[in-house]
Design a binder for this molecule. Structure first.
Ligand SMILES: *Cc1c(COP(=O)(O)O)cnc(C)c1O
Length: 487
């Protein structure tokens, strides 16, 4: 046994100056890449050789950091998703910032487990959460947690909702109810809510999808009727999910009416504000979110419209004891002491599913303090104004049409040509979309709006300029005309 200790090893370098100089080189490359991102294609297909380099047997022997880094430069970095680029507007994927890169590096260097206890990370996280309580109109005593995503935020919130509304279910399981417990949302709700009700054992069919109006917001009369019907039939309504910024078109539900309905019926009120809740930063846009401050729980992302580097989302819960009720379970190996590290009021490991957690709060704290929230408010306004600009270009062109209203930062449009059937137009627009991406020109994503295939631009990009949207319109029209030209 002592033989094994004759030459003790470590993963630290024998020569720190080597790893230090590699670090400097990497940081130079990172900043060069970010500052020149505009001059490169948005997206490139991954060559077979690069894929093959990522399908090798288990590496047993060491290799120099420099040579592995060379492989990264050759086979990994160039084939990114593309969301750092000013012409990327697919799905809803934030662009990140150089400050966020540094924040991630510093967090990784501290390498803390941000589960709570008496350490700085807990107070940094509390600081960030307190800023959001203030920005979103939540009371001081509300609790909150940084999570990995909007999906995790919705799951965390709906867990808390389930346990607050069905006190016996937490210990005895849902079967002890003998009845169906129902969650209500519009038919435009994000599928992470379907995922959550499935994971929570409520059953996906217990998510009642309420019809939307022409503006893609929930029909509140239909919602009232659905709740009444379920009550009459012996089901238990527990929660309404309002959406602040639907994923397809950016529609904002009537959040005040939903709050009223929840109040009247004694239901938990959750708002999925993945990107749309961030409009609360803007004086001009905030009135449209009226009612969000009445939510029992709110989930939103930092990695979408706050441009924080992946990944980061946030949950706020109004009732101070509700989050701990769902997630805190006494265990001697986690118990607090009268002094030392295991003290402190902040118990983030007991407010969600993760016990061990990275220091997500640091990149957010570093970014928010460095840029200041007024700048974020201006960028949010800018993204909305750019969406309006794009919508105007679309409306002004005979070969383009808007497929949905543009209430926020999402534009859904398509190429149209005379004498083409709806299905031919769907096919044509898909071909245009694929060519835009494959030619590395721009990345909208696809969506079906009331059955029509559309190009969808979700603008959560602080690098985009007006000219980028003008170029998107030009390229869409050019491709559409080429593809419909008679031979
Ligand atoms: C993106 C989005 C989600 C999911 O958030 P992730 O961070 O991607 O998990 C949920 N709801 C809405 C409205 C979204 O736009």
């Amino acid at each position: 046994m002592t033989d094994k200790l004759a030459h003790e090893e470590t993963l630290d370098p024998a020569n720190w100056s080597e790893v230090r100089s590699m670090g400097h080189r990497m940081m130079d490359d990172v900043m060069n890449d970010l500052s020149s991102i505009r001059s490169r294609p948005v997206w490139k297909r991954i060559p077979d050789a690069a894929k093959a380099s990522l399908n090798i047997p288990v590496p047993r022997e060491p290799q120099s950091l420099e040579s592995v880094y060379d492989e990264f430069r050759k086979n990994v970095e160039p084939y990114a998703l593309g969301n750092r680029h000013p012409s990327f507007w697919g799905w809803v994927i934030g662009s990140g910032t150089p400050t966020g890169v540094l924040g991630d590096m510093l967090a990784s260097a501290m390498n803390t487990n941000a589960s709570g206890f008496e350490q700085s990370s807990a107070y940094v996280e509390a600081q960030v959460i307190n800023w959001f309580k203030s920005l979103m109109g939540f009371p001081e005593e509300a609790t909150g947690l940084l999570v990995s995503s909007g999906s995790a935020g919705n799951l965390t919130s709906l867990t808390v909702a389930r346990d607050a509304m069905l006190p016996d279910a937490l210990n005895d399981g849902l079967f002890s109810l003998g009845k169906r417990a129902c969650v209500y949302a519009s038919d435009e709700v994000h599928n992470s809510v379907d995922k959550a009700v499935g994971v929570l054992g409520l059953g996906r069919s217990s998510l009642r999808r309420i019809a939307t109006k022409d503006d893609f917001t929930i029909d509140v009369d239909a919602l009232r009727a659905a709740i009444e019907k379920d009550k009459r039939e012996g089901a238990i309504p527990i929660c309404v999910v309002g959406t602040a910024g639907t994923v397809a078109t950016g529609a904002i539900d009537d959040l005040s009416s939903l709050a009223d309905i929840c109040q009247e019926n004694g239901l938990w009120y959750h708002v999925d504000g993945a990107f749309g809740a961030i409009a609360a930063l803007s004086d001009e846009l905030r009135p449209r979110l009226k009612g969000i401050e009445r939510a029992d729980s709110l989930a939103f992302d930092l990695h979408k419209w706050l441009y924080v580097n992946f990944d980061a989302g946030c949950v706020l819960v109004r009732r101070p004891d509700a989050q701990l009720h769902s997630f805190s379970i006494p265990a001697s190996y986690l118990s607090t002491l009268h002094g030392g590290i295991a003290t402190g009021p902040l118990r983030y490991g007991e407010m969600g599913v993760d016990l061990s957690r990275g220091f997500r709060a640091l990149k957010a704290w570093l970014s928010f303090k460095t840029y200041g929230f007024d700048k974020y408010a201006r960028l949010v306004d800018q993204n909305v104004a750019q969406a309006q600009f794009l919508a105007e270009l679309v409306e002004a062109h005979d070969n383009l049409e808007l497929v949905a209203p543009v209430p926020l930062n999402v534009v859904c449009f398509r190429y149209v040509a005379k004498n083409l059937s709806d299905s031919a137009l769907d096919e044509l627009n898909e071909r245009i979309l694929v060519r835009l991406q494959e030619d590395g020109l721009a990345v909208p994503s696809g969506v079906r709006i009331r059955g029509k295939l559309a190009l969808r631009v979700a603008n959560v990009n602080h690098r985009s300029r007006r000219e980028d949207f003008a170029a998107l319109v030009e390229n869409t029209v050019r491709l559409g005309q080429e593809m419909t030209k008679k031979p």
